[in-house]
Design a protein around this ligand. Structure first.
Ligand code: IYR
Length: 223
């Protein structure tokens, strides 16, 4: 490696049996996560959201520029504005913008243009990808692997919220430029998704369809 400032790094070596057991245990907990579309208005402490965002901020990313911003929305007015704008886009989507094939693919999920969870859930985390900015967030420095970086951050965010016992929904209205205006973010930031966070509503259900996960031998090849 080229000369650079470096710090020592090591990990405690686990016995293989413990390593396997820990991987399986986290796998089993993560498998219990389901995308929830019916939320209760029961409050969730801000400290949980803060810790989950800090976990997200530890994700691997391009050149350590950390090209993400999380706009955390809890005010009823902002949530209503987001719901209204999202539903306007979704009405167009379900009324003809989406192809027949796409709508057929969505049918087992039961989704439609009504997005009440955007107002009911206590927290909306609006995730922005910073196309430019660097570590200093100067709005000019080039960022790298932005979608990959922010995608990994969202994975850690969702996993941490699940570990905290919360339900999540990744919502991606399209187009979602309106989120930039509502959240007051600059034009070099691209809204990527809304992570809806809260407790499931009493009697909430999830689509049976999504339980069917591809088995290991289908999703992995060993060379
Ligand atoms: N954004 C729309 C449609 C939608 C698209 C996909 I791909 C999904 O996995 C789920 C929904 C909506 O939120 O209804």
């Amino acid at each position: 490696m080229r000369d650079h400032e470096a710090l020592p790094y090591s990990l405690p070596v686990l016995p293989d049996t413990q390593s396997i057991a820990r991987a399986r245990s986290l796998r089993d907990r993560l498998r219990q996560r389901r995308t929830c579309r019916e939320f209760s208005d029961r409050p969730v402490p801000r400290a949980v959201i803060a810790a989950a965002i800090e976990a997200a901020g530890s994700a691997p990313n391009g050149a350590n520029h950390q090209p993400w911003h999380f706009a955390v929305v809890s005010s009823p007015d902002a949530k209503r504005a987001i719901r209204e704008a999202a539903e306007e886009e979704e009405r167009k989507f379900y009324a003809g913008k989406a192809s027949e094939e796409w709508l057929e693919a969505l049918a087992p999920l039961g989704t439609d243009e009504d997005k009440p969870f955007l107002e009911t859930a206590p927290w909306l985390i609006v995730v922005f990808a910073q196309r430019k900015g660097g570590i200093e967030e100067d709005g000019r420095t080039q960022n790298y692997y932005v979608n990959e970086s922010v995608g990994m951050a969202c994975g850690l965010l969702i996993a941490t919220l699940h570990e905290a016992g919360l339900a999540t929904l990744t919502h991606t209205p399209s187009p979602m430029g309106f989120l930039r205006e509502i959240c007051g973010r600059p034009t070099h930031e691209k809204p990527l998704m809304i992570v809806v966070v809260g407790h499931p509503a009493d009697g909430a259900t999830v689509p049976a369809h999504a339980l069917k996960k591809k088995p290991l031998d289908q999703i992995a090849s060993w060379l």
